[in-house]
Design a protein around this ligand. Structure first.
Ligand code: SF4
Length: 487
């Protein structure tokens, strides 16, 4: 320690291997390894800015060895055995880097990877007991509603688990100061440009939304121009993990995109959840239009990886055709290559952000007419009150939406039924309720690998979690059949 400042000379950022689940020899989902690790790149940039003398290395264990699989666990899933694999580098492959470092930083956004992070922390502590381990991320930071994810990571050997924007918390952690609550930036204009110089960008060739389409031009890179949310959906952790809604100015967006372009990136994955919340601000619609005009003028292609709140594209029963065209039109290899459309629930209107089915259909038809090559229609099933009747409504409506996409796009857009199981995200109202009602069939600390969109852990009134996993798979196969990019 020097004064209040901890002297850390060498920092290692680690992205852990991916999790793969196999039931009766069949892989339950396609595992992605080579997607861009934007959290690492931004964290590295923050450290560089705050502590210019610190040496930083990045280890991306997924993309360094995407074909290497190690089975590390078996889970009894209602009488069927699930084999659990790590996909990526062996722990021993990073031993020398771990020995080199004074600080190891992990970001855990997905509960499914929490066990792998915990195992690797224990390995690292065994190899280098003097290194400090810091953990952040949407899963790790949650301490709310009777669930304490931070305690899990402390129990596995973490020295500090922080909540809030890294731009604020990292400096505090490095200086040995307390992080009180979840501090967040007032806007995103001070977010640094990601440290592309520390990685091989050509490894970033995958998107979570499906196969990379011909119109996409890797390397791919995430772009986040806003954080947070003004909504409060029971299943979602964004309002309390990311905080209130904040966004970048047009100048800042242009600075970031110009930097991306200079690094040879022409396809961006838009990972924010609420692009259109800007419409609540005076001049917000113009801000959105200026941003997408700039991307078109500069030849960018993009994917809405986390979706767009499409209900906001219709106001007072009038479609905002200008905004729809700006966001979704695809032509001359510029524009929107793929979008996730979050319908969430089709059996009935549950969430405030959604519009009635007929209205959402009208908006989707307009999006399809823009020639977006791929439309992933996102629907959640497997909530505790699911019945055969609600499943039938969901399937019928999803089929109707897929047919509508084919019709309105004249076959140019490929619809995909992105059926997700209801994951109880720690800290959400759903998680608290499911715990209280005794519906969780698995312990989040013992089997975090099952907390995913393809394996249910929630027992409903009618269907068990095991039945729901099977139902999702069968429905996805029926709906996607010949059109499937992945099921
Ligand atoms: S689902 Fe979207 S609108 Fe709802 S709380 Fe999450 S981020 Fe906000």
């Amino acid at each position: 320690m020097m004064g209040n400042r901890v002297v850390f000379g060498k920092v290692l950022l680690i992205d852990v291997p991916a999790v793969k689940l196999e039931m009766c020899g069949n892989c339950l989902d396609d595992v992605k390894t080579n997607y861009p690790k934007i959290s690492q790149l931004v964290v590295a940039a923050i450290i560089k800015r705050e502590f210019p003398k610190v040496e930083i290395r990045i280890v991306d264990m997924k993309s360094a060895a995407p074909c290497n699989e190690v089975k590390f666990k078996e889970i009894d899933y209602g009488g069927n055995k699930i084999d659990v694999y790590r996909v990526g580098q062996d722990f021993s492959a990073i031993e020398s880097s771990v020995k080199w470092a004074d600080v190891l930083i992990f970001t855990n956004n997905f509960t499914q990877e929490a066990g792998v992070v915990g195992d690797l922390i224990e390995f690292c502590k065994g190899v280098n007991s003097r290194a400090k381990v810091f953990v952040g991320g949407s899963d790790a930071m949650v301490k709310r509603g009777g669930v304490d994810r931070q305690a899990y990571f402390y129990s596995r050997g973490a020295d500090r688990v922080a909540s809030g924007d890294g731009e604020i918390t990292l400096a505090k952690l490095f200086c040995g100061q307390a992080v009180v609550g979840s501090p967040i930036l007032p806007d995103l204009n001070s977010v640094p440009l990601p440290s592309f110089d520390l990685v091989d960008l050509s490894l970033y060739t995958e998107s979570y939304e499906g196969v990379v389409l011909d119109c996409m031009n890797p390397p791919l890179m995430y772009l986040e121009t806003s954080r947070g949310c003004r909504g409060s959906c029971d299943f979602c952790s964004t309002p309390f993990t990311k905080g209130k809604y904040r966004f970048m100015s047009q100048n800042k967006i242009e600075e970031v995109l110009t930097y991306y372009k200079s690094a040879g990136i022409s396809t961006v994955l838009l990972c924010e959840e609420n692009i259109l919340t800007r419409l609540d601000w005076p001049g917000g619609r113009n801000l959105v239009l200026s941003w997408f005009d700039f991307m078109r003028d500069n030849g960018f292609r993009w994917e809405f990886t986390n979706g767009v709140e499409i209900g906001r594209l219709m106001d007072s029963e009038r479609l905002d055709e200008t905004l729809i065209e700006a966001l979704f039109a695809f032509n001359d290899l510029t524009g929107c290559c793929r979008t996730y459309v979050p319908f969430e629930r089709l059996d009935r209107l549950v969430y405030r952000k959604l519009k009635p089915f007929e209205t959402e259909k009208e908006i989707l038809a307009s999006i399809a007419r823009q020639g977006v090559p791929a439309l992933n229609l996102g629907v959640i099933i497997g909530h505790p009150l699911e019945t055969q009747e609600s499943l039938d409504i969901t399937e019928r409506r999803l089929k109707e939406l897929m047919d509508l996409v084919l019709l309105e796009s004249k076959g140019k857009s490929l619809p995909y039924a992105a059926l997700l199981l209801h994951i109880p995200l720690p800290g959400t109202r759903d998680y608290t309720r499911f715990c209280r009602e005794g519906r969780l069939a698995f312990d989040i600390n013992k089997d975090p690998e099952l907390f995913s969109i393809i394996t249910s852990v929630v027992n409903g009134n009618v269907f068990s979690c095991y039945e729901m996993t099977k139902i999702r798979k069968e429905m996805a196969l029926r709906l996607n059949s010949k059109l499937a990019l992945r099921v």
